[in-house]
Design a protein around this ligand. Sequence first.
Ligand SMILES: Cc1cc2nc3c(=O)[nH]c(=O)nc-3n(C[C@H](O)[C@H](O)[C@H](O)COP(=O)(O)O)c2cc1C
Length: 328
Amino acid sequence: MKTAITEMFGIQHPIIQGGMHYVGFAEMAAAVSNAGGLGIITGLTLGTPEKLASEIDKCKDMTDKPFGVNLTFLPSLTPPDYPGLVDVIIKGGVKVVETAGRNPQQVLPALKDAGIKVIHKCTSVRHSLKAQDIGCDAVSVDGFECGGHPGEDDIPNFILLPRAADELDIPFVSSGGMADGRSLVASLAMGAEGMNMGTRFIATKEAPVHENVKKAIVAASELDTRLVMRPLRNTERVMTNDAVERLLEKEKALGDDLKFEDIIAEVAGVYPKIMTEGDMDAGAWSCGMVAGLINDIPTCQELIDRTMREAEDILARMNAMQKESVPA
Ligand SMILES: Cc1cc2nc3c(=O)[nH]c(=O)nc-3n(C[C@H](O)[C@H](O)[C@H](O)COP(=O)(O)O)c2cc1C
């Protein structure tokens, strides 16, 4: 399948693995890229330019296919060394950067000068248009279903994607709730040039996370995610667990008086405990509603091959429907 996204990123299939905190290490990115998609290392998980540089080197040892690096811009008291991270991305010869969170304008000139393609992930049409205006090459349109930060507009992909298609000139991929060939064909039907998956890629053999995380995703249904931090306008979709229910109780009790410090125990620094140690009640961790569609732990190659086979079968079936409906 050839789309504007496969051409732009030099990949075989229009499938991207979104940056994921404590998941997007070299092992994850290389497995997705080797399977013909675009794998992405999560820059802020590595944290420092030195560590990111060695993760990029490690990934290059594991794949000769293109892969990307995610740079997430979050409000922070001690901001990461973004110029340093950009520098090692450029020196490492990375061809694609996925930006997310706040406006990525500060890093665009350096990335563009180095010939790096930038895909910005956003949760609304207005932010997508802004990304287009400031010179991003593509956007990843992240619907309300998504794992992680869905923004505050709550527009699901059945509305958001066609709205993006109506407004944007640059190519975009769908993101949020994507799991299989059905997701891919539906995304293409709504104007996307490919799809981005997060949660689905965690439940794969190569994902470098504790088995408990993979099992939790397989066991979860579409009813098992919750939205936290809405009162702070930093909404995050997470898998429910004891810590999340405790957090929601605090949100209810404190109402508009809630401050970040009130929920530090449930949200700060919990990812290594969950993703690495498999302590599933340690805190809130991002997970999409798509968990309800995830029932197995394939390799990335099996997942991507199966997705493309399903997509081709659906397209052939639709094509046959159309032929059958043509009068003799
Ligand atoms: C565990 C987890 C961690 C994530 N961390 C990040 C992150 O650090 N930066 C980012 O831009 N997106 C992050 N995301 C969002 C994904 O890149 C992707 O946009 C999202 O998962 C898509 O929705 P889906 O899970 O329904 O596929 C995370 C998602 C998950 C599930």
